[in-house]
Design a protein around this ligand. Structure first.
Ligand code: URA
Length: 252
């Protein structure tokens, strides 16, 4: 059975830094299976009942959190100035959570946070082509020609020719005072779109929309592979994944 040092176990469960935890153990704060243990190098497994100052500390190896990322927060683990997505999970049981991929600072929506590197690698690997679906509001009128260009694999710039992508135009609002016909192709209108892409290059959605002469003014990720944003979560809210969500992601 997998065993870890007591100080490592308690540090990973967020009880403090390694040296704080060691000090606590030496002071007698820790009981294992009813006995006080004062040696930080004492080995424990998931079967042992560990208490820190009288409170039970269960070992959680992996954590999986679905966050509805709000705008204004960066997709990083720590930053000296900016608020990060990890800062939004105050009750995480693992201190080594990281976001699976990045959403821009101003993008909202589905972001998975975990400490499971293997799963993250599968979801992000360019070879796996995991689908991501975005909802966007665009300044400008998206057209049937854009649908075709996106489906064929759009040339974006010297660095990016996108893989074929599925564009749905949900609604078009021509510029005020213009008829639908006059408005089409008019950059002053707005459109709502849903876009499914199979890769995740830097600013990909914004660059694709820009390449067809329009600009993204609002962007939200709706899904990543089989995982869909729980619409009950408001921006900034999160919940743990269900067992079936996790199983489906692993089967991806
Ligand atoms: N594409 C973008 O342009 N931005 C994101 O945050 C995600 C996808």
């Amino acid at each position: 059975m997998y065993k870890v040092r007591l100080d490592k176990y308690l540090t990973e469960m967020g009880l403090g830094s390694r040296s704080e935890v060691k000090q606590g153990i030496r002071k007698g704060f820790v009981r294992v299976n009813g006995e006080t243990v004062v040696r930080p190098e004492h080995k424990v497994s998931v079967k042992d009942k560990v208490f820190w100052k009288g409170t039970s500390v269960d070992f959680v190896e992996y954590e999986y959190i679905m966050l509805n990322k709000p705008a204004g927060v960066i997709s990083a683990t720590e930053d000296s100035r900016e608020k990060t997505v990890v800062d939004l999970i105050p009750d995480s049981r693992r201190k080594d959570l990281f976001p699976v991929g990045r959403l821009d600072r101003d993008t909202e929506g589905l972001l998975l946070l975990t400490n499971d590197g293997k799963l993250a690698h599968r979801l992000l690997s360019p070879r796996h082509h995991v689908a991501k679906v975005y909802y966007a509001v665009v300044s400008g009128v998206m057209t049937e020609a854009d649908i075709r260009s996106f489906a064929e694999g759009l040339y974006v710039d010297e660095e990016l020719t996108a893989l074929p992508a599925e564009l749905d135009i949900l609604s078009v609002h021509p510029a005020a005072g213009k008829s639908e016909a006059e408005g089409s192709g008019n950059p002053e209108g707005t459109s709502e779109i849903r876009l499914k892409i199979y890769e995740g290059k830097f600013h990909q959605v914004k660059r694709m929309v820009h390449a067809v002469g329009k600009e993204v003014i609002y962007l939200k990720r709706l899904s990543m592979g089989s995982l869909r944003l729980d619409e009950a979560l408001r921006p900034g809210e999160y919940r743990r994944l269900s067992t079936s969500e996790l199983e489906e992601l692993y089967a991806e």
